[in-house]
Write a protein that binds this ligand. Sequence first.
Ligand SMILES: [Zn+2]
Length: 149
Amino acid sequence: MKHIETTRLEAYIEDSLSDHERWEIEDHLDVCDLCFEAYMTSIETWTLEPSLAMDFTDQTFDQIIKKQVMPGKEAKRSAVQKQKRTLVHYGLAAGLTMILMISGVFEQVLHVFDEDSFKERPSISKNIVSETDRLLQKVNEDMRSDADE
Ligand SMILES: [Zn+2]
C-alpha cells in the first residue's frame, strides 16, 4: 500500500482534489495510522497558521487601539480636567480677589481715619491692584506646575 504524499495530503485538506482522489486518501487514512498522523499534523498546522495570523492581527489592532485611541482619550480627558482645573483656579482667583478687595477696602477705610497712616500707606486702588497681581501670578504658577505634571 502506497502512503499518501504530503502534497496530496495538503491538497486533500485544501479540498482541491477530485472525488476519486479524496476517496482514495480517505480509504488509506482509515487503515494507515502513519498517514492519519501526518494528516492530523497537517490539519493542525493548516488551521493553526491562519488562526495565528488572525491572532496576530487582533493583537496588532489591539496595540494600535491602545497606543493611538486610548492614549488619545486619556490625553483628551486630562486636557478637559486641566481645563476644568484652570477654570477653578480662575474662579478661586476671582473669588479671592473679591474677598481681598472687600477686606482690603474695609481695612484701608478703617485706616483712613488715622491721618498719618493714610499718608504713609499706598492708595487703596494701588493695594488692590498689587494684590490681584500677586494672586494672578500665583494662579499662573499653579497652572505651570500643572502643566509640568
Ligand atoms: Zn499511509
